[in-house]
Design a protein around this ligand. Structure first.
Ligand SMILES: [Zn+2]
Length: 308
C-alpha cells in the first residue's frame, strides 16, 4: 500500500519535472512553471502531460510571437484556453501589446505608405504619397500614454507611445512588456500631434480634410495638446460617436455599452485592459452604423460631414 503510494508520487513527480523543464525552457521561472501545472491540474483534474504542453507551444509558435510574449501568455492564460485562442480560425486573435494578451483588434497592420510613412513624416521632410484617409478614428490610452489611429479601411495609421521629454523614452511604459516598448514607436507629444494633423489634412488639402472620429475625445485631445478649435481651423470635422444614436447632451454612453447596444460586440470584459486599436476600430464601426440615423442632426463638430 505504502509502496504503491510512493510509486504514484514518484510518477507524478517525474511528470511534473519534465513539464516544468519544458516551461522553464520557454522563459518561465520554476515557480511560475509549477503554478501553470497546478492551475492545469485544478482545472482539468489531471496532470499536465508533455503532449498537451507541446501542442500548446506549437499553437503559440504559429503566432510568431516574441519569446517574452509567449512566456507571458503561458503564465497568464490557462493552457487549453490559450490553445483555443491561438488556433482560432484564420488568425483572428493577435498579440496585443495593450492587453498583453491575444486580442481580436482587427486593424490591418501598418504597411509601407501608411503608418510607416506617416510616422516618418513627423521627423522627416515631405511625406511621400500618403493616401489621405476620409475618416480617422483616434484613441488614447493613459497608462502608459499611447495613441492609436485607424482609418476607414481598417488600416492602423499610427500606434505610438508618448515620449517623456524630447528623447525617445516613453513617459511611463509600466504595464508593457519590454519587447513591446522597444517595438512601439515613441515620440514627443508635438510630433504625434503633427503626425495626426498631417494624416488628417493629407494630400487632399485642408479644404477636404477628413473626419476625426472618437468616443468622448476631450481627454485624448488634451493629451495630444490639441483643441477642437485647432481641428476646425485645420478643416477637420470632429465627431464624437457618444453623441450619435440619439444620445442626449451630457448623457454620453460608454463605448462598451454602445458597442453592446448597437453592434452586439462585447468588449472591456473581465477587467481586461483597454486596447486603443480595438477601441478605435469599434468607434469607427459605431460611426458607420449611427451616422445615417443622425444625418443632419449635428453630432459633434461640423454637421453633415461632407456631401455625397
Ligand atoms: Zn488589442
Amino acid at each position: 500500500m505504502l509502496a504503491t503510494l510512493l510509486h504514484c508520487c514518484a510518477g507524478a513527480a517525474a511528470a511534473l519535472t519534465s513539464g516544468t523543464d519544458l516551461l522553464v525552457a520557454r522563459g518561465l521561472t520554476r515557480r511560475e512553471a509549477s503554478s501553470v501545472e497546478a492551475r492545469y491540474r485544478r482545472r482539468h483534474r489531471t496532470l499536465l502531460d508533455t503532449e498537451e504542453l507541446e501542442a500548446t507551444f506549437a499553437s503559440l509558435d504559429a503566432l510568431d510571437l516574441r519569446p517574452q510574449q509567449a512566456a507571458h501568455l503561458l503564465r497568464s492564460i490557462e493552457l487549453r484556453e490559450l490553445r483555443a485562442a491561438a488556433t482560432n480560425h484564420d488568425g483572428a486573435f493577435v498579440w496585443c501589446s495593450y492587453k498583453k494578451a491575444l486580442c481580436d483588434c482587427s486593424a490591418v497592420p501598418p504597411s509601407l505608405g501608411t503608418a510607416a510613412t506617416a510616422t516618418a513624416a513627423a521627423t522627416d521632410a515631405a511625406p511621400v504619397e500618403i493616401v489621405s484617409p476620409q475618416l480617422l478614428s483616434v484613441d488614447c490610452e493613459f497608462n502608459p500614454l499611447r495613441v492609436a489611429a485607424v482609418d476607414e479601411t481598417g488600416t492602423l495609421r499610427l500606434d505610438a507611445l508618448f515620449a517623456s521629454t524630447g528623447a525617445g523614452t516613453p513617459a511611463n511604459p509600466r504595464g508593457m512588456l519590454a519587447c513591446d516598448v522597444a517595438a512601439t514607436p515613441c515620440q514627443p507629444q508635438a510630433e504625434l500631434r503633427d503626425t495626426l494633423l498631417a494624416l488628417l489634412a493629407g494630400a487632399a488639402g485642408p479644404s477636404e480634410g477628413c473626419t476625426w472620429v472618437a468616443h468622448t475625445p476631450q481627454q485624448d485631445l488634451a493629451a495630444l495638446g490639441l483643441s477642437e478649435a485647432e481641428l476646425r481651423d485645420a478643416g477637420v470635422t470632429l465627431v464624437d460617436v457618444a453623441r450619435l444614436g440619439g444620445a442626449a447632451a451630457g448623457q454620453a454612453s460608454s463605448l462598451k455599452r454602445m458597442a453592446q447596444a448597437h453592434l452586439g460586440v462585447e468588449m472591456h470584459g473581465g477587467g481586461s485592459r483597454h486596447c486603443a486599436v480595438q477601441d478605435a476600430v469599434v468607434t469607427l464601426r459605431l460611426y458607420d452604423k449611427l451616422k445615417s440615423d443622425d444625418d443632419g442632426g449635428g453630432g459633434g463638430g461640423g454637421g453633415g460631414g461632407g456631401g455625397g
